[in-house]
Structure formats: structure tokens, C-alpha cells
Write a protein that binds this ligand. Sequence first.
Ligand code: DAH
Length: 341
Amino acid sequence: MENTIRSLQQEIIDFEIGSPAELEAFRLRYTVRKGLIAGLFGQLKSVEPAEKPRIGQLLNQLKQTAEAKCAEAEERFSSGEKDRVSLIDLTLPGRRYFTGSEHPVQKVLGEMKRIFSDMGFGIATGPELELDRYNFDMLNFPPDHPARDMQDTFFITREKDGDDVLLRTHTSPVQIRVMLDSEPPIRVICPGKVYRNEAISARSFCVFHQLEGLYIDRKVSFADLKATIYSFARQMFGTDVKLRFRPSFFPFTEPSAEVDVTCYLCGGKGCRVCKKSGWLEIMGCGMVHPNVLRNCGIDPETWSGYAFGMGVDRTVLLRYKIDDIRLLFENDVRMLKQFPA
Ligand code: DAH
């Protein structure tokens, strides 16, 4: 009897249960009511009384081994079953992940960049922490000229002349950096953030975006500037758009102009956004001042050029009917989620 139990124990240990059918075969052979183990328990009564406790204990161990093996296999097959069900249940709703999306300012800037790069402009960038020298001096702002007051500057350090560090008030210093770093002909746009110490409201914020343009070559004329701006405006605001160039002043251009487009909300009829005028100002521009070219080591007798600088944020607000510029800088996910890729 003992030998039978021991060989059965080994047989059970060696039995590989690899499928539900094998599990069933295992149960039928060993653990059911008429199986081998129950049969051995039946024979226990014919064992000598002195041997009964030991043989009984061996039989109990055999039974436990078999039951543990059954339980382990059942567990294995039932969890596999669950996985299979979840894999093939096509009626379950998909899981939605918020993967992030492009900020509306970047969408509009992206469109502007595409239009200018189609016209052959490269892209240049410069630092937001800028030297006074590049932000003002080399752009032909005289030291005490009131034009500096047009732009309320955040100064970071007050050093001696020109070495002051500030948050750039416009993207025009990138023009200077590009002209110092490269030889004409030059054709670049410079997109980026600029900073001004202005009263914060729904219409103005201390940070905003500009896109600067610079073209330097032989015999560049105001007509080239107009043609470029017209082409840009038609692609950006629609082929019906009309432009108006108004004489203006900037220290770094001569002559200078400001450009208006027909209001693209009311088409020029007059509305709340254009303050009934029918026009929206989109940029400043002009022919690069000879002093600026000279400051950057470019001979104004040989080279001429135009420059322009436009605000980006107002176009974003109008395009997406956003009524408060502060929303563009708060990064509130509830707002950003409304601009999926
Ligand atoms: N930098 C000017 C501003 O922030 C905009 C501007 C005007 C840029 C004329 C230019 C330009 O390049 O030629 O108001």
C-alpha cells in the first residue's frame, strides 16, 4: 500500500496539466469520488491498526498534492479566459487619451511661417533677454529720444550705456543679430515673444508675440515691400482683403509706414472690433534706415532693404473669437482642449 501511494504521488507530481481537457483527465483519474485516491482511502480499513495512522497521513498528503495541483491549473485557465474575453470585447468603449495639442498662437504663427517660407524667407530667432544696445541703440534710437518711451521696458539690470539687460520690447533686435552674423543678401522672419510694462486688460498683456521680417539685397524698393505684404495678407486674411499704407515713424526705418487691412470680421463695413473704422492695423514697416545698416557693417550705398514687424496675438483672438488676450497666456487646459490638433 505504501509503495502504491508513493508511486502515485510521483505520478501526480509529474502529470503536466497544459489544457482544460488535461485538467479534466487529471480530475477523473485522481480526485473525483470514484478516483484512485478515494479508492485508496477505501482500502485503509484493511491496513494493520498499528500502521493506520502513518498510512492515513501519507494518503492525506497525496490528496492535498492532487487538490493543490487542480486548484493551480483551474486558476491558470480561468485568468487566461478573462484576458481573452477583454481582448475580443469590441463593444467596450475605447479609452481616450488627451495627447496635448498645438496652442492657438502656434497655429497662427505656423501659418505665417509657412506663407513667408514659401516666399523664400528663412527663420531666425534671438534671446528674450536682450541687450539695450540691440533693442534700442543699434536700431537708431538716440539715447534720450522719446521714441524709447513708446515701449515701456522691463529692465533687468542697469549697467553702463548699451550693456543694460532688458526683456526685449520687440523682435527688431533679431534683425541686428542677423545682420551682424551674416552677409547680404538676407531674407528672414523672426517670430517670438516680446515684453512690455503695460496695464493688463482684456486687450493688452505684458507678454505678446511679434513676427519680424527683414530683406536686404541690391536695389530693394518700397514696391518690393508692398508686394510682399500684399501677398502675405491675401494668403492670411483672404483674397478680398484690401490694404492701406499710412505714413508713420520708426527710428530704424525711413520712410516708415503702418499697414491696415480691411476688418476681416465685417469686411470693411465697420463693427465693434474695428471701432467702426472698417480697418485693422496689422504691422509697422519701412525701408531699413542707412544708420542701421552701417551699425551692422553693411554698406548702404550697395545694399538696401525693407523690414516689417507685426503683432500675432490680435490675429489669434479674431481668428478664434477669443475675447480676452490673457487666456492665451494662462495655459488653462479647459481652454487649450478646445483647440485639438
Ligand atoms: N518694432 C516695431 C514695434 O514693435 C514694429 C516694426 C515697425 C518693426 C517697423 C519693423 C519695422 O521691422 O520696420 O512697434
